[in-house]
Design a protein around this ligand. Structure first.
Ligand SMILES: [Zn+2]
Length: 234
């Protein structure tokens, strides 16, 4: 490694200060957006959150939701752990299932501590991978849930993007042609979203304990509706 001149050292400090501020701002933007969305503070001037993000700030609602979920990921961490300090860590954590997130964060922090350095987004991804690899002794239901969970999540994100795009298109001359027998494209997309939402795994099948039975179509897991219908009888 080669030495920096005094001028360069100073310049590096300045630039790193900029990066640091940007990361803090990212988190502040996310939590501001979350509050605006939750309280619908955009409602006096904009019909939807999508509309608000696009028109007021020029970014898509998907990007807005991404910022919000990064901030929510931080809020969901156990209180005894230090908070992530930057956007990359927050986004890496947001990509992890909520019920695993705290453990993954703890693993990543420990790993960095052992090596006596700052924790990185890469530590988080590697910790998540290690946990996934360790989870071999699982029932069919648990394994199947793991297999589909991320895909469901990605599909929902994609559907949300479709909704955003359909909304944009509906504000153009195409709107007149986007209506089919009294129902607009956006409604079809929302119906598809509901369909996917209701199909998601809710739990390991309580009937067979995840081994696979008639009630869970031999998958070892059930969706929310099936879970509710099985509960009262047990
Ligand atoms: Zn079953």
């Amino acid at each position: 490694m080669s030495q920096l001149t005094t001028v360069e050292v100073h310049r590096l400090e300045q630039l790193e200060h900029v990066i640091n501020k940007g990361m803090k701002a990212f988190l502040e933007v996310g939590s501001a957006l979350a509050e605006i969305q939750a309280s619908r503070l955009y409602r006096a001037q904009y019909l939807t959150f999508e509309d608000y993000c696009q028109t007021r700030w020029g970014f898509t609602a998907s990007r807005g939701r991404q910022l919000i979920s990064a901030v929510e990921a931080i809020a969901s961490l156990p209180e005894d752990l230090p908070q992530p300090e930057n956007a990359a860590q927050a986004e890496a954590l947001a990509a992890i299932d909520e019920d695993e997130r705290g453990d993954v964060w703890r693993d990543a922090l420990e790993e960095a501590e052992i090596e006596d350095r700052n924790v990185t987004a890469r530590d988080i991804r590697e910790a998540a991978e290690r946990r996934a690899n360790n989870a071999l002794e699982k029932s069919l239901g648990e394994a199947n849930i793991d297999e589909v969970k991320q895909l469901f999540k990605q599909l929902l994100t994609s559907i949300d993007s479709c909704a955003d795009m359909a909304q944009q298109l509906s504000k153009t001359s195409a709107e007149a042609w986007l209506l089919t027998s009294g129902s607009a494209l956006l409604k079809h997309i929302r119906d598809a979203r509901d369909h996917v939402m209701s199909a998601r795994p809710a739990a390991v099948c309580p009937e067979c304990g995840g081994e696979g039975c008639k009630k869970c179509h031999q998958t070892g897991w059930v969706n929310k509706a099936r879970l509710n219908s099985l509960k009262p009888n047990r």
